[in-house]
Write a protein that binds this ligand. Structure first.
Ligand code: DX5
Ligand code: ZN
Length: 210
């Protein structure tokens, strides 16, 4: 599988302008960070903006829900061009079960995100029902943090857990042209501040594919 790039606009100073610029690049996905101010401290609710731009954008979305109650957000993002909707494995099991079912009912691929310090065995219960694991390489909550260097080891262990199942590995946080070099096992890499703070989005995206 060729590695794909997903760009997060969480740290953009002008989100609308950057989204339009991203729409003109060859990024595979736009990574949408949704924060309710409860699961993580910060709030980020970009649905209205994405809905307004959906016709112009023409990019598939990779939606990362950092929220306690995913279902109402799943219903919103199911109306957009979402390829993946990802919820967190740290949520209660009954919330995860119902969200997986809801995501699948829309024919959208389902992801589970895991924070850097969460036991990877928590993923086991869901492996037959998910399409992607989003391995967090920073604590979720904000952009521009430093990449956690233990991430590649963690990915190797998660890959062992997955075995032969067809589940993509997406990695999120602190990824730039240098840290990406140790992510050869990832199928998708998310990059935010490195891309949106660069002079050329196209060159930055290219450097993540190498
Ligand atoms: C962190 C978010 C990430 C973040 C990535 O909570 O989930 O998607 O925006 O941004 P950078 O690349 O700046 O770490
Ligand atoms: Zn994210």
């Amino acid at each position: 599988m060729k590695r794909k790039v997903s760009v997060s606009f969480l740290s953009s100073k002008n989100k609308e302008e950057d989204l339009i610029k991203l729409g003109a690049t060859d990024t595979d996905y736009i990574h949408v960070d949704v924060m309710d101010g409860k699961f993580v401290k910060n709030k980020n609710l970009p649905f209205k903006l994405l809905d307004r731009l959906s016709y112009t954008l023409q990019k598939r979305l990779d939606v990362h829900l950092m929220v306690n109650k995913p279902n109402k957000f799943i219903e919103e993002y199911a109306t957009l061009n979402s390829e993946y909707i990802t919820i967190h494995v740290e949520l209660p099991k009954e919330v995860i079960d119902s969200s997986i079912e809801l995501i699948k009912s829309y024919g959208i691929k389902c992801g589970l995100a895991i924070k850097p310090n969460t036991d990877i065995n928590l993923l086991k219960d869901y492996l037959d029902r998910i399409d992607l694991i989003l391995v967090m390489s920073v604590e979720p909550g904000s952009g521009g943090q430093e990449f956690i260097s233990e991430t590649p080891d963690r990915i190797a262990k998660i890959k062992e857990l997955i075995g032969k199942k067809k589940i993509a590995i997406n990695v999120d946080g602190g990824i730039n042209d240098k840290t990406v070099k140790c992510l050869d096992k990832a199928n998708i890499v998310v990059s935010g501040s490195y891309v949106v703070n660069s002079d050329s989005f196209m060159d930055a995206i290219k450097s993540l594919r190498w």
